[in-house]
Design a protein around this ligand. Sequence first.
Ligand code: GSH
Length: 222
Amino acid sequence: MQLYNYFRSSASFRVRIALEIKGLGYDYIPVHLVKGEHRDPAYLERVGDALVPTLVTDGGAALSQSMAIIEYLEDTHPTPALLPSTPLARARVRALAQMVACDIHPINNLRVLKYLVHELKVTEDAKTAWYRHWVRSGLEAFERQLQLLADERSSQGLAPSVLCWGDTPTLADCCLVPQVFNGQRFNVDLGGLPLTMGAFEACMALPAFQRAQPSSCPDNEA
Ligand SMILES: N[C@@H](CCC(=O)N[C@@H](CS)C(=O)NCC(=O)O)C(=O)O
């Protein structure tokens, strides 16, 4: 498999985590977003949305959208599983993942921030305030949801979660960790989020997350 991606891209990082957890080897193909390489004709030939990541399967299919890619990996390589076994728990994990991937990330990605500055002429300070507001409020919602899930687990006699859900990494962790990295990069206040940051720290203690992080990437420029 080949992963077209960028070291700082949160959506790419999600897929790298999933690949590492499942122990799947892949060729790392860098696509430099700041240089606009995602808009090169050769890339666009296969990728309609002009975004990273794209996973090219062993069969040659180009898959877009990180969540769809991770679900593909889950379907084709079920163990270790990134989704729990019961329908209710799977819905819980998918909901957490979507809080990040659908509610926080889309309004804070590169092209949205560039549009704010270049087309709507907002100042850099206003752009940063936008970013910090939506990431912080999104993570506060995530924290409330983790608390509700902790209460539910406790009432059912289940052990408290170490990660977002349970004690093995799930799709929710694949989404949370890159979002926290991104928030840290832009100095978002991450205080007062004990369950969220506890899950983040527990993930980062795992080798798969270490191997997938931006500083481990071959195109890392930091
Ligand atoms: N929903 C997409 C989001 C992909 C996305 O927004 N990727 C960003 C990097 S994290 C990108 O390619 N940005 C380029 C741009 O905004 O121009 C996914 O989950 O894969």
